[in-house]
Design a protein around this ligand. Structure first.
Ligand SMILES: *Cc1c(COP(=O)(O)O)cnc(C)c1O
Length: 357
């Protein structure tokens, strides 16, 4: 049974739609999608698993469809946009290892994905088609971990690391674990959302060997929480692997209080903790999906008064040029005096808390 499960995700991966020609005959391009394909310039590749494609309604502005279908906006590059919006290149200590914060590193374990999200901030890196991950690169990163004891955590990211098969993944994690038995793993993958069949008993058994391991995924819309997707998440949760969500704030996908409230509340019902909601990064060709940062602040203010603190993620922006992530909150602090901090609550009432107490 386990073997057939494994076969299933690989089959589904091989059957992804990878060009317009692959789409079903009755699938009609919208005008802006058509405009995108008319223009011959650099294009970020397409891949959509059939099951994810099936979640989209035919409306061209459908929130699922906007995540996998390119639009003419991708040909536009604003002057504030760059190919390396997070300034990651300057923090690379090896080709695939990014060390930006003191106690954690990020490893680019794969350069491919089951689905290419149109809002991807590593779209330029992925488009450079880096040569496949080598054992030597894994060992170089492991060596770095061994010689940098201040690093306590490694984020396995990409691309989507779960595009690797289990044996490769096992090897990767075991090399890191061997170099640093005390390391904390964070696995970042969108597979539970876009290809839930990837999450099998054999995968969760494998991941369980490397605890403490935290699983971070990316649901952006409540309709992505299908029965199959929920089952995939339960496989992880039931094996004692904590699951967190990093959503991206996306125009005409989830830029409304109702959609975000439902998304975060439903995630909580699946035992998934909403961790971050990200303001869109300034990646070239993604302006049609970005929401004004001030609107994001408004949405969070309203959400804060409406949903449980457990369901509420941190709204954050990764500062352009390599400043790293900073939380965005409207301030409740009115004034800090020598004797007190003065607050304004949700209902605009004023409160004071003494400094020395
Ligand atoms: C986002 C990120 C992290 C993790 O940041 P947290 O705030 O701990 O989630 C680590 N390294 C890099 C390079 C990142 O982009």
């Amino acid at each position: 049974m386990r073997e057939s499960e494994t076969g299933e995700w690989k089959k589904q991966l091989s059957e992804c739609y990878r060009s317009v020609a692959d789409f079903p005959v009755d699938f009609e391009l919208s005008l802006t999608e058509e405009d995108y394909f008319k223009k011959e310039s650099d294009r970020f590749r397409i891949s959509v698993p059939k099951n994810y494609f099936g979640l989209a309604f035919s409306d061209a502005d459908d929130p699922i469809r906007r995540q996998f279908m390119p639009q003419a906006g991708e040909h536009i590059t604003l002057s504030c946009e760059t190919d390396d919006p997070l300034g990651e290149n300057s923090y690379k200590v090896t080709e695939r290892l990014i060390h930006r914060y003191p106690d954690r590193v990020l490893f680019l374990a794969s350069d491919t994905c089951a689905m290419y999200c149109r809002h991807c901030f590593r779209r330029d890196y992925l488009s450079t088609d880096p040569p496949p991950l080598t054992r030597k690169e894994i060992h170089r990163a492991a060596e770095y971990l061994r010689s940098h004891l201040e690093v306590k955590e490694i984020i396995i990211s990409g691309g989507d690391p779960l595009i690797m098969d289990n044996s490769k993944l096992d090897e990767l994690l075991s090399i890191f674990k061997e170099s640093r038995p005390d390391i904390v793993f964070r696995m970042a993958s969108r597979m539970p959302v876009v290809l839930p069949s990837r999450i099998t008993d054999s995968l969760t058994d494998l991941l369980s060997k490397y605890k403490p391991l935290f699983f971070i995924t990316q649901y952006n819309h409540p309709r992505e929480l299908t029965d199959k997707s929920r089952q995939a998440v339960s496989l992880l949760v039931n094996k004692g692997i904590p699951v967190f969500n990093q959503a991206v704030l996306l125009k005409s996908v989830n830029d409304s209080v109702d959609v975000l409230a439902e998304l975060f509340q439903e995630l909580l019902r699946c035992s998934v903790k909403p961790y971050y909601l990200f303001q869109g990064d300034l990646a070239a060709g993604t302006s049609h999906l970005r929401v004004p940062i001030t609107k994001g602040l408004e949405l969070m203010k309203e959400l804060r008064s409406r949903i449980s603190g457990l369901a509420l993620p941190i709204f954050a922006v990764d500062l352009p040029g390599g400043g790293g992530k900073v939380p965005l909150t409207e301030s409740y602090i009115q004034e800090i005096t020598e004797t007190a901090v003065v607050f304004k609550d949700r209902n605009e009432r004023i409160y004071s808390y003494p400094v020395e107490s």
